[in-house]
Design a protein around this ligand. Structure first.
Ligand code: CP3
Length: 349
């Protein structure tokens, strides 16, 4: 007896993106593979984060952990937005308690000129191989795979600051005061990230997600003039694959019209904006993704359920809505809450 699965092309997730009615709301979670899962922590105890990203067997295993544990509607390839910077010439490590560190941050005209635009087939071959490795298992489950990359502004924040930073002031001073250098840096980042997205699609990713985490701190006119053109450059390259593209940013409410004009198919929003307002501002055609506060997953089930209901009420009747969090799953999240959230969203009609 053979088990019949729906082909990936008819998965809820891809159907929603294409505007085809589905019987229930598709759901996936940013950072769905991570420290809240005991399977992840067990592997992480024996390997560094960069090993787990660079070794295709490990990245493939972690990618599949959440889709094996839960009834998710998509997998996202296990990586991070920062490893592509290594191929550009930056030295990256993840330091316990500190997060990402770039040991040779970009500070001068010479630093920017020295940045390479690497061939992703060489610099990111581990991730591309991991994508090829998870494909058969995902096909058997009828699940699409999301490939991703950081957007130029968010990558510039890390490249220039050399790690996490409260205000990203060095990157933003460069943006405001050095037009030619900013253009050179952002073009290199957009090209690197765009070509990496294209390569992921060619390796087997069905959907491409652009993370522009830190854009919410920008004035709308700065976003439109000094950031959006490079998001468009990146999208123009990635769009060559013909796959749907998601664009997400934390606190991007004030930028929705600008982000919606970028040429992507899906806009991801966080909990700081009501989904009905986001829908009105984006118009009827774009798909909307979001926006449960990840902190709600730390609360008891009755509180979490109330918060899920609030998101679903905001999205009621919206045929172009994908359920997600407004940012990544927090490490302290109980696994059981993730399971119940996914079941609950699927049961709600
Ligand atoms: O969504 C997924 O499941 C795929 C995996 C994924 C990771 N990072 C793994 C990771 C994705 C999509 C990212 C994206 C990412 N990384 C973003 C954009 C989205 C967002 O969350 O805003 C950003 C800004 C980063 C940079 C980054 N990576 C930081 C600031 C940190 C340290 C903070 C932290 O959570 O530890 C990371 C580390 C990181 N990336 C971890 C994971 C699972 C934790 C690693 C560990 O120690 O095990």
């Amino acid at each position: 007896m053979s088990v019949t699965t729906t082909p990936v092309s008819q998965s809820r997730f891809l159907q929603r993106i294409q505007g085809v009615p589905t019987e229930t709301t598709p759901v996936w979670l940013m950072r769905q593979a991570g420290r809240y899962m005991p399977e992840y922590r067990a592997l992480r105890a024996r390997h560094t984060l960069l090993e787990m990203i660079r070794q295709p067997e490990l990245a493939a295993e972690v990618t599949l952990q959440p889709v094996s544990a839960f009834d998710l509607d998509a997998a996202i390839i296990f990586s991070d937005i920062l490893p592509p910077l290594e191929g550009m010439g930056l030295e990256l490590s993840f330091v316990k308690g500190e997060g990402p560190v770039i040991h040779n941050p970009v500070r001068t005209a010479g630093d920017i000129a020295a940045l390479r635009v690497p061939d992703p087939h060489e610099s990111m071959q581990g991730t591309l191989e991991a994508i090829r490795m998870v494909r058969p298992e995902l096909d058997a489950r009828g699940l699409p795979l999301i490939g991703f990359a950081g957007a130029p502004f968010t990558l510039a924040c890390y490249a220039v600051e050399g790690g996490k930073s409260r205000y990203h002031e060095n990157a933003r001073i460069l943006m405001l005061s050095e037009d030619a250098l900013w253009d050179q840096l952002m073009t290199k980042l957009a090209t690197t990230a765009g070509e990496f997205l294209l390569a992921q699609a060619e390796a087997g990713a069905n959907v491409l997600n652009i993370f522009d985490t830190w854009v919410g701190e920008l004035a709308p006119h700065h976003y439109e003039q000094r950031v959006l053109p490079y998001v468009r450059q990146m999208i123009d390259i990635a769009a060559g694959a013909g796959k749907p593209i998601i664009l997400f940013g934390v606190g991007n409410g004030p930028l929705l019209e600008a982000m919606g004009s970028s040429g992507v198919d899906v806009i991801g929003v966080d909990w700081r904006i009501d989904l009905r307002i986001a829908r009105r501002r984006l118009g009827p055609d774009l798909v909307l993704q979001g926006n449960l506060d990840p902190v709600a997953l730390l609360a008891p089930w009755d509180v979490l359920r109330r918060e899920i209901d609030a998101v679903l009420a905001q999205a009621k009747g919206d045929e172009r809505f994908i359920f997600n969090l407004g940012h990544g799953v927090l490490p302290a999240t109980p696994v059981d809450n993730v399971r119940r959230l996914i079941e609950y969203v699927h049961e709600a009609r």
